[in-house]
Design a protein. Structure first.
Length: 243
């Protein structure tokens, strides 16, 4: 039976999920942007290129390219057991600060006040795992790892590109990787218009402890591309949790 909070349902299921009416359901909006995808697959994130996942839980270094940035930054991710963790760090401009927690995955990061003047990089040993671009305030990476004992249901996917030339097209796909290392590259498609939308009637399920990301490539030259993903994160019933 569905468990409700003390908020009264409106009858609009997705609105009620966003309002927190259902105790075990969370609305997620995942955004990814890449200004220069080329002819090889790249992850939809502002850093560009293919995303590299940590092979173990790591203490992260957080630093801005501007001495003016001294605000708090909230980092949300997972520990080595795929449990959800978060930490708030206070920037000291161009001097790196380190997290107390060790992150196995970073799902999101955002500033908690003001407007960041410089790029804020979250990294370890020279490898970037998240970046908040200057004056954006939040990560723009279509990358997410499903926490333990939960499942992610993709409901809607919008893709935008500057490509509107019938002789040039964008190819996109969804890549998933389980904690045992199985990789699936699914939902591959091409488009040559400025926008394409996938409004799913039956949500696409991604199991617990699974990495997923959207990738894209251009048929020629370079293109900008943006992904907007609407999803619902749901706690798994006890009887179907992985053992």
């Amino acid at each position: 039976m569905t468990e409700f909070t003390n908020r009264s349902p409106t009858g609009n299921t997705y609105l009620d999920i966003s309002r927190g009416v259902f105790r075990k359901l969370t609305a997620l909006n995942i955004f990814g942007f890449n200004t220069t995808i080329g002819t090889d697959y790249e992850t939809a994130w502002t850093v560009g290129g293919k995303y590299t996942y940590p092979s173990s839980a790591l203490v992260m270094s957080v630093v801005s390219a501007s001495a003016s940035d001294t605000m708090n930054v909230l980092i949300q991710g997972l520990d080595a057991n795929y449990n959800e963790i978060s930490e708030t760090v206070t920037l000291t401009g161009t001097t790196p600060v380190t997290t107390s927690a060790s992150f196995y995955r970073i799902n999101n990061a955002l500033i908690l006040s003001g407007n960041n003047v410089g790029n804020i990089t979250i990294s370890n040993s020279g490898t970037t795992y998240a970046r908040i671009d200057a004056e954006v305030g939040i990560t723009q990476q279509c990358i997410y790892t499903v926490p333990a004992n939960k499942s992610l249901y993709l409901v809607r996917i919008d893709v935008n590109s500057a490509t509107a030339n019938p002789n040039k097209y964008i190819t996109l796909r969804n890549q998933t990787r389980t904690k045992t290392g199985r990789i699936l590259k699914v939902a591959q498609a091409t488009f040559a218009t400025s926008q394409v939308s996938y409004d799913r009637q039956v949500p696409f399920k991604i199991d617990e402890c699974t990495d997923f990301e959207f990738e894209a490539k251009s048929s020629s030259g370079e293109n900008e591309i943006a992904f907007f993903v609407e999803a619902v994160l749901a706690e798994n019933p006890t009887d179907i949790r992985a053992k």
